[in-house]
Design a protein around this ligand. Structure first.
Ligand code: IPM
Ligand code: MG
Length: 367
């Protein structure tokens, strides 16, 4: 089998972490005999510097013609003062939308080896943390009408949260289907006590729930959800929510799993093509120092194998190789904690260690 993978290394630490994920994909390719053809394309800050726009048409075309897109991160202070439509982030929102990737899966799990890095008291995190945030990705306030004007009181600005029943229904289905393969519980997060868009959200989610009688549904207001994530994270299985709430709550959920440097994501649409990226940003403050944590990107590559290439067993093997590397005590600085029993390693050393462990596992399987 031959697969086309578009690679957007991006800005800041993007190129460093993507390089490690490609190392891992190459190990999988050499052991499964599938051929991975990478095409590097521009998006974000580098695209702005080289082409004048954050998302060149060529990038969209190549991504559309690929089986999957692997992305590092985009953005940085250099481009912060550009108008909204020219910011690197506009490229990210643009590619998600152009590829129809409305469902963003963000699994937050606390790996046993990282229990020390979890900022919650052991008594709070004792039930473990294993939740999947299903974030709506191509609608809501990030895509709604916005603008500025000058009114009676001077300058004004507005953004609009708008959802159609169709958009809510399709993301709800993704969440219920995911819950069927997990612990069969969906928490739908909204702000239905204030927002009309949330009231529609709640109605539609309840309608969809009727098609999934084996899954338990609860509603939760977003402010309460923010609290419950740090009060009793073990209670969550699948959480489904809007674009903005999902953006905010997934950063919170990532922190309780040890570090934002650990959380992968898959953005999917109706077909098998997906975009895979860590949930963290481009971290310009540590770029080029070789200290960034590549694990969120490596785990995103595992999701790529699972959802876009159908290589489920290999995806499992990558996840186990990451767990094994952490069990062996290797840590990048962000997850080092205060324990004496860990070895702090660089971005590349971490990638090499995961690749080595993966090779051993895949070789054992062949033998
Ligand atoms: C994320 C990021 C992006 C988002 C930004 C960079 C536009 O925060 O993937 O969570 O808000 O979706
Ligand atoms: Mg975010």
């Amino acid at each position: 089998m031959k697969y086309k993978i578009a690679v957007i290394a991006g800005d800041g630490i993007g190129p460093e972490i993507v390089e490690e994920a490609i190392k891992i994909l190459d190990v999988v390719a050499s052991h499964t005999g599938c051929e991975l053809e990478y095409t590097h394309v521009l998006m974000g800050g580098r695209a702005l510097d080289e082409t004048g726009v954050p998302l060149p048409d060529e990038t969209v075309e190549i991504c559309k013609a690929s089986d999957a897109v692997l992305l590092g991160a985009v953005g940085g202070p250099k481009w912060d003062n550009l108008p909204g439509h020219l910011r690197p982030e506009a490229g990210l929102l643009g590619i998600r939308s152009a590829l129809g990737l409305y469902a963003n899966l963000r699994p937050a799990t606390l790996m046993p080896a990282l229990a020390d890095a979890c900022p919650l008291k052991p008594s709070v995190a004792c039930d473990g943390i294993d939740m999947l945030i299903v974030r709506e990705l191509t609608g809501g306030i990030y895509f709604g009408k916005r603008g500025r004007s000058v009114g009676e009181d001077g300058e004004e600005a507005f953004d609009t949260e708008r959802y159609t029943a169709k958009e809510i229904e399709r993301i709800a289905r993704v969440a219920f289907k995911a819950a069927q393969r997990r612990r069969k519980k969906v928490t739908s997060v909204d702000k239905a006590n204030v927002l009309e868009s949330s009231r529609l959200w709640r109605e539609v989610v309840h309608r969809v729930a009727k098609d999934f009688p084996d899954v338990e549904l609860e509603d939760m207001l977003v402010d309460n959800a923010a609290m419950q994530i740090v009060r009793a994270p073990g209670r969550f299985d699948v959480m489904v929510t809007s674009n903005m709430f999902g953006d905010i709550l997934s950063d919170e959920a990532s922190m309780i799993t040890g570090s934002i440097g650990m959380l992968p994501s898959a953005s999917l649409g109706d077909g098998s093509r997906g975009l895979y990226e860590p949930i963290h940003g481009s971290a310009p403050d540590i770029a080029g120092q070789g200290i960034a944590n590549p694990l969120a990107t490596i785990l995103s590559a595992a999701m790529l194998l699972r959802y876009s290439l159908g290589l489920e067993r290999e995806a499992d093997a990558v996840e186990r190789a990451v767990a094994k590397t952490l069990d062996d005590g290797l840590r990048t600085p962000d997850i080092a904690g205060s324990s004496q029993n860990v070895k702090v390693v660089s971005t590349a050393e971490m990638g090499d260690a995961v690749a080595k462990s993966l090779k051993t596992a895949l070789t054992a399987r062949e033998g």
